[in-house]
Design a protein around this ligand. Sequence first.
Ligand code: 7TS
Length: 409
Amino acid sequence: MTLFDVQAVRDQFPALNQQVHGRPLVYLDNAATSQKPRAVLDVQEAYYTQDNANVHRGIHELSRRATEAYEDARIKVARWIKAADSAELVWTRGTTEAINLVAMGWGLDNISEGDEIVLTEMEHHSNLVPWHLLSRRTGAVLRYIDLDDQGRLILDNLDELLTERTKLVACGHVSNALGTINPVERIIEAAHAVGALVLIDGAQGIVHLPVDVQALGADFYCFSGHKMCGPTGIGALWARRSILEAMEPWQGGGEMIRFVHKDHSTWAEVPHKFEAGTPNIAGAVAMGAAVDFLSDLGMEAIAAHERAIMEYALARVGEIAGIRVFGPESLDERSAVLSFLLGDAHPHDISTILDSEGIAVRAGHHCAQLVMKRYGVAATARASFYLYNTTEDVDRFVDGLGIVKGIFG
Ligand code: 7TS
């Protein structure tokens, strides 16, 4: 059952309406980035054509408008994730920058030699490499939650893994390589019980699930605009105000200061003390428009639509002999990502053949080399679905896999 008119939704995404290699485009690389609706493109265009100025600086009309639009977008995104206060929402370039901000801004002052950071084998490199950098600087020990054969976190030994030495648990909400939806509430509760803070990498979670940061109870939640109908180069770090207030800024420059003296400076209030330099104003404003677009459709309706598409896709690929699908079997535990191998075909060949049919999927390690290592593969092919995908898209994809089989046997 579809809870909104998918065709009417598709019509709002200009990029979906094109031919690729002579075939109508089937876009199934949404976990990498989503397409953008007209409403978001229009808001970005209107910002640049009418309101463009620097924020928090000028006293002139355009600067006032730009500042208002930028701050209104912050309020919109903060409300959307049910933050207690819009000052808890720091604009960043995206998830990667948000995690690096926490690693450097919080980690350097709160982690010392022998302290432990608990990660999972499922993490995107964005939620691994900043902790490697921090561990090199501080001598922190990195420990891992392992994966079972279905791509789920093994939590049986959580009580042994989490000790008074644990200072932080950094965990993805939804895996980009497997589609697994993690039971983050359980992890947050266990981490807090030993006094550790929790960072959730929400790059994929925010796209597919309604997020309520207060109900979730994490300490940091990081996400990107471009996977949820917004532009590239904008995203956010949410953190509880008391944590942000206790943190040092991680970059210095204009916008983030109160007073500058010859030998030291003092900082602006949160969130501005974390936003040095001219920010991506147009990006923030357009991300606000993306939130309006998603709110109008409703995250529950989007999640239900994606679940129906995923159910259909799993049933259809299940008919194909020689396909190996990664990730959880239960639809309750997985999101709209279908990572797979087909016979002996190399994932890059699968992707190239599908591309020649106008079907966009990703092939590779998906910036999750630990996942590939865990399952003994170098790469997978990945189809990832979003609110505008249809069962016809799935049919075209399955037909494309038929061509791959015809070539590779
Ligand atoms: N975390 C997860 C779980 C992700 O899927 C991604 C991007 C990131 C972090 C980084 O986000 P960024 O916006 O800062 O780059 N994932 C992917 C992907 O799966 N294919 O391309 C990018």
